[in-house]
Ligand binder design. Structure first.
Ligand SMILES: [Zn+2]
Length: 318
């Protein structure tokens, strides 16, 4: 393959991924979408794979486990919200194959185990979620997705979940006081605020009886731990899968090393399938919080006897 063709192929692959690009963060935002600056940065990474004639490897830390708040989600297991996201990603690998025969592989690095204690999801729920996610991936038509968990790290085999998190933190995490200082100085503020908001919402369940101020304080303290562990997980992944193209479910600054992508269409740039439900609006699905779907008068649709998604009245379920 000539240099020109290689470069053009890498850019064509990257453009397909940029189709799902999220609005980037605050003042560091992209001037427009899809963004030419982000295209340049990501295409350079993709080109390494193209030069070697290997499938492009994308690494996506995501799909941690369902929010513990029943006002946001339908339950513990992945449902149509996750299925749509996985179908989108699997379809993306098929679209890459059309422009580049070796194709692409997206490794979903399910990160719930990494911070389950800090986000309040019991470990058995994480295990059940991961198992169902695995079945959903197995059923996809293009076979473009893989799954990797903390439990799959060979050095941690046979360790209990609490100890796994300790070892991850010891080996890869930035000290909490250091991270706190950086966030207070204005670094990673968008991510910190988003995590705080999710933790606050997750804790603000119909059963919660404490004060909002106490919940807010608690959410802020736990957000530091969630950010710390997520970053430690990212470090482990870049050591384990060097050279991979990093995708993220969070908006990123323009030209960042990671590329923020949407998995399912939503009005809220930070909402994810595991913090919401799928709502069928005619031919298309959007992601909303469960309470929102119910307030709209949408009805619950079950598939195989299990809650799957919501549909607006008069609209056929897809
Ligand atoms: Zn950009």
């Amino acid at each position: 393959m000539t240099d020109t063709l290689r470069r053009r192929t890498a850019r064509a692959i990257t453009a397909l991924v940029l189709d799902g690009q999220r609005r980037s963060t605050g003042t560091e935002g992209c001037a427009r979408l899809p963004c030419p600056t982000c295209l340049d940065v990501q295409a350079a990474r993709v080109e390494t794979f193209v030069a070697a004639g290997r499938p492009v490897r994308f690494v996506l830390p995501a799909f941690p486990g369902k929010s513990p708040n029943s006002a946001k989600v339908l339950g513990v297991l992945p449902d149509t919200a996750e299925r749509l996201a996985l179908e989108y990603l699997d379809g993306l690998t098929a679209r890459v194959r059309e422009v580049y025969a070796p194709g692409a592989r997206i490794l979903i690095c399910s990160d719930g185990r990494v911070f389950s204690d800090a986000v309040g999801i019991p470990d058995p729920h994480i295990t059940a979620y991961q198992r169902e996610l695995h079945s959903m991936i197995e059923a996809l038509p293009h076979r473009g997705l893989g799954l990797f968990h903390l439990d799959d790290v060979p050095e941690l085999a046979g360790t209990d979940h609490r100890r796994m998190r300790e070892l991850l933190t010891e080996r890869y995490a930035e000290p909490l006081d250091h991270l706190r200082k950086r966030i207070r100085a204005g670094e990673e503020v968008a991510l910190y605020r988003a995590v705080t908001r999710f933790l606050f919402e997750d804790g603000n369940t119909p059963e919660y009886t404490g004060s909002r101020a106490a919940l807010q304080r608690d959410a802020r303290a736990r957000a530091y731990v969630v950010v710390q562990r997520s970053k430690a997980w990212g470090e482990l992944l870049s050591e384990r899968f060097p050279g991979s193209v990093r995708l993220s479910i969070h908006p990123q600054p323009c030209g960042a090393e990671k590329l923020g992508v949407h998995l399912v269409s939503t009005a809220d740039d930070w909402l994810t399938p595991w913090h919401g439900v799928a709502l069928a609006e005619g031919e298309r699905f959007v992601l909303v919080k469960r309470a929102h779907a119910e307030a709209c008068g949408a009805s619950l649709v079950c598939v195989d006897g299990r809650p799957s998604h919501y549909a607006l009245p008069g609209v056929a379920a897809a």
